[in-house]
Design a protein around this ligand. Structure first.
Ligand SMILES: Cc1cc2nc3c(=O)[nH]c(=O)nc-3n(C[C@H](O)[C@H](O)[C@H](O)COP(=O)(O)OP(=O)(O)OC[C@H]3O[C@@H](n4cnc5c(N)ncnc54)[C@H](O)[C@@H]3O)c2cc1C
Ligand SMILES: NC(=O)c1ccc[n+]([C@@H]2O[C@H](COP(=O)([O-])OP(=O)(O)OC[C@H]3O[C@@H](n4cnc5c(N)ncnc54)[C@H](O)[C@@H]3O)[C@@H](O)[C@H]2O)c1
Length: 480
């Protein structure tokens, strides 16, 4: 039973208790709206149970193994590295357990949100059914997330492929793991398992990993995966599966103990009664939205993975909040177009705004600093990486790529720079702590400032200013 009695008409009905629904419900309740959240599984969603939290916990264990293996290059011998997968799994579960209370029904109810367990089905433009109960709503927020996509490969039905949802139940480290898909999930989990000791092969139909990312960044990730022992089969499609073997279109047969499918995600929209509610879908299956996250039903807003890419927790949260406040206050706030993204491989790939490739031919300048020239990277022996700033004609930061350890931590400053339209001069003029990977940002920005100073006109004007200042000083001295 919900702690708060359900009113006849609720101000906001939230369908889905993942990040988008949780943040939307908290926002609406904080604004004083009578809010009901319906979840048919566990509150916390993909991020907590099968996505960000377990994957980053697994990557942390994998990174510890990799650090131990390279410790001797820094003069520290740790002996043979042994991975106990059961203890790695315990670490993953402990991380989930530690984060879970924030996303719990108790936390929601404490914030004033009524929580219902069950599947919500819309029965009309302003009504929904949850089991036996019928709810009328002034506004609703659709936040049902997305499922892993399954490619139509012959024989897939003869095996039990792993997905990001089922992977966490695997009790033994797979000896041979084939990962289908070299996007963020394939790269992060492929690297994690390779570092933990699986023989990993990553297969991707594209001729490179991490397709939307900067090609140089993707190449560094590919090299790192190979160093970790993973094989890459790029430009290859899986065409047939028989138990234990994936056949590729080039005739290669890849034996596996487990196959992990990571070829994208599909918005969860079936069985929700969206027809009855008058909520239309786009051709890719995501919910049709306006810029303020309102669906084709004027009472229903949507946020998170159900709205299509990008599939990130931070967009789910931000959009959940914007949608909920628009819904309960009658606003038309638009979503922020500046979205940072980080792939948590080693090295991390962090990007925001216009990429160097997108900027080509637009009059933008790319200032790039290799991390081999960054003192902190040299000190840590982590020089494989770079920082690129994309600057427009007025020297404003319109994009950035950082590849290196903890690149995601550096990205906050650059995201703010893009959002606030800061210039290279603003970055170069801000004191950054030394030695950090941020030195690369300062050096890239300084390159731009110095290039401007090297312009003959600017140089001439500066020389004249220095000359005049010198003469004035000389005059003052002779007067004394
Ligand atoms: C392996 C992996 C790693 C990831 N790592 C990152 C990362 O590092 N950083 C990042 O930003 N993103 C990451 N993501 C993506 C991120 O997890 C998702 O973008 C985010 O969790 C989406 O949140 P959501 O609220 O839209 O959907 P979900 O979290 O999927 O929540 C939807 C909820 O709705 C419920 N539901 C569905 N239908 C109904 C119904 N009819 N009635 C009631 N309830 C319903 C579901 O049970 C679910 O709880 C990762 C994803 C994966 C798979
Ligand atoms: N760090 C993060 O923020 C993070 C981490 C994991 C996941 N995610 C989110 O989850 C979403 C899903 O991730 P994903 O990696 O599954 O999807 P993705 O769409 O990003 O990448 C899928 C990859 O699979 C390849 N592919 C597609 N069909 C194939 C086939 N039949 N055979 C071989 N390769 C094929 C594609 O070329 C692509 O490279 C992403 O869009 C991402 O936004 C984010």
């Amino acid at each position: 039973m919900p702690v708060h009695p359900i009113e006849d008409t609720v101000d906001l009905l939230v369908v889905g208790g993942g990040t988008a629904g949780l943040v939307g419900a908290h926002t609406a309740a904080a604004l004083g709206a009578r809010t009901v959240l319906v979840e048919h599984g566990r509150t916390g969603g993909d991020c907590l149970w099968t996505g960000c939290v377990p994957s980053k916990a697994l990557l942390a264990a994998a990174s510890a193994a990799a650090s131990a293996r390279r410790a001797s290059s820094l003069g520290v011998d740790v002996g043979e590295v042994r991975v106990e997968f059961a203890r790695v799994r315990a670490h993953v579960r402990a991380a989930i357990t530690a984060v879970q209370p924030k996303d719990s029904p108790e936390a929601l109810e404490k914030a004033g949100v009524s929580v219902l367990t069950g599947s919500a089905v819309f029965t009309g433009p302003d009504t929904a059914r949850i089991g036996e109960r019928s709810v009328r709503f002034s506004a609703a927020l659709l936040a049902t997330g997305a499922d892993p996509a399954m490619p139509p490969i012959d024989g897939m039905e003869t095996i039990e492929p792993l997905t990001s949802e089922t992977l966490w139940d695997v009790e033994e480290l797979p000896r041979r793991l084939v990962v289908l898909g070299g996007g963020p999930i394939g790269c992060e989990l492929g690297q994690a398992f390779a570092r933990l000791g699986s023989a990993v092969t990553v297969v991707d139909g594209s001729d490179r990993l991490l397709e939307p990312e900067d090609p140089d960044a993707a190449a560094l990730v590919a090299a790192a995966l190979q160093r970790d022992g993973a094989q890459l089969r790029l430009g290859s499609q899986g065409v047939r599966i028989e138990p234990g073997v994936l056949h590729l279109d080039d005739g290669t047969a890849l034996p596996f103990d487990r196959l992990l499918v990571a070829v994208g995600r599909r918005p969860r929209t079936t069985g929700l009664g969206l027809d009855a509610a008058g909520v239309d879908l786009d051709d890719d299956g995501s919910v049709t939205l306006d810029a303020a996250l309102r669906t084709t039903n004027r009472r229903i807003w949507a946020a998170g993975d159900v709205t299509g890419p990008p599939f990130f927790t931070h967009t789910a949260g931000m959009h959940g909040s914007v949608a909920a406040s628009n819904a309960v206050l009658g606003l038309a706030r638009r979503i922020d177009p500046v979205v940072p993204r980080v792939t948590f491989t080693s090295p991390e790939v962090a990007s925001v705004g216009l990429s160097p490739a997108e900027a080509a031919g637009s009059g933008c300048t790319v200032r790039r600093v290799e991390h081999a020239a960054v003192d902190r990277a040299v000190a840590e022996g982590e020089t494989e990486g770079f920082t690129s700033l994309v600057l427009d004609r007025r020297h404003r930061v319109v994009g950035a790529v950082v590849v290196g350890p903890r690149a995601g931590e550096t990205l906050g400053e650059l995201t703010l720079a893009v959002r606030q339209r800061l210039t290279a001069g603003d970055l170069a003029g801000t004191t950054h702590a030394y030695p950090t990977y941020d030195d690369a940002i300062v050096d890239a920005a300084l390159d731009d400032v110095r290039a401007r100073l090297a312009n003959p006109l600017v140089r001439g004007a500066l020389r004249a200013a220095v000359w005049v200042r010198g003469r004035l000083r000389g005059g003052q001295r002779s007067e004394r």
